[in-house]
Write a protein that binds this ligand. Sequence first.
Ligand code: ATP
Ligand code: MG
Length: 342
Amino acid sequence: MHQIEEMIGTSPAMRAVVELVRKVAKTDLPVLITGETGTGKELTARAIHEQSLRKQGPFVPINCGAIPETLLESELFGHEQGAFTGAVQRKKGRLEGAARGTLLLDEVGDLLSSLQVKLLRFLQEGTFERVGGQETLHVDARIIGATNVDLKAAIERNRFREDLYYRLGVLQIHLPPLRERGEDTLLMAMRFLRYAADSNRKAIWGYTSEALQAMRSYHWPGNVRELSNRVRRAVIIAEEREITPHDLGLTHETAQEEGDSLNSLRVAQRRIEVELIVKGISLHHGNLTRVARDLDVSRTTLYRKLREYNLQCLVPPSHPTSVPLPSEFPIEKRSLADHSIL
Ligand SMILES: Nc1ncnc2c1ncn2[C@@H]1O[C@H](COP(=O)(O)OP(=O)(O)OP(=O)(O)O)[C@@H](O)[C@H]1O
Ligand SMILES: [Mg+2]
């Protein structure tokens, strides 16, 4: 499955991101992906790579903040034999490893200034030297940078070069925090739940109303990663068929009052639809016939909505508009039919 298909999100903010990913994937220009921790920067970088003409080539991530400064230069650009104590043989760096592919410089804001200069030269001329090397090398690698720090502020503090910022950030993609993604939180919560429940073989279909409320009002500092972790843990510890705020570790103290900013009618309508569908699925343990009846829509309409909101994982795989027989389901989907009243 392509990464872009794994990116869940139907909120206007995320649709704009998906659209940008498609556009930037067509070029070879550097991209800068910004966003708080856990918002999906690496996932987005992989999606760009997979949508690009370089998709047959390697995708090489390197975390500039996690590698000791002394090693980073040789890790990134490689070294020649004898370049430093311990350099017993020539070694290619990650940049060369990304030839004909994409290099993701994660936490690019942590690059030392000497390496910023070297990276800038690579971005401008496509050339570099290995540590201890005289030979000028050329590599065809696309550079994507990712950061969760404000690089503009880092420039002000002389921690990041302005010229590098403009080179690297020709194309920028900002990933909004989860708390600004409207209905996406519940859509993701539902997808993560289905996945975790299936892999743990637990018959859990949804969330209590309190859990939905808690997820909606929590501020999600760890964003999508935190949501995914909380749901996975909740599935393991849940004792009922629905996940409670307690299972999610979301208590009253963690909730925050929702702001009273006005939403457009369309945005509000989507939020309400998603919430009602998720509630219905939780209440009827995945029996879509009952959900449709409760929501007073046809099953066709319900299936269409589920597809629209990327909840296909809840729709029986075949005969989407007729009632499938239990035997038509693959094993992992059979529990859907187990609850069928028809
Ligand atoms: N839109 C999305 N749909 C589905 N899963 C997502 C989405 N965004 C992020 N995730 C998942 O959330 C987790 C965190 O994503 P990722 O590692 O890409 O975030 P990040 O921004 O690079 O985080 P960090 O700043 O901490 O490095 C991953 O498991 C990823 O698959
Ligand atoms: Mg990351």
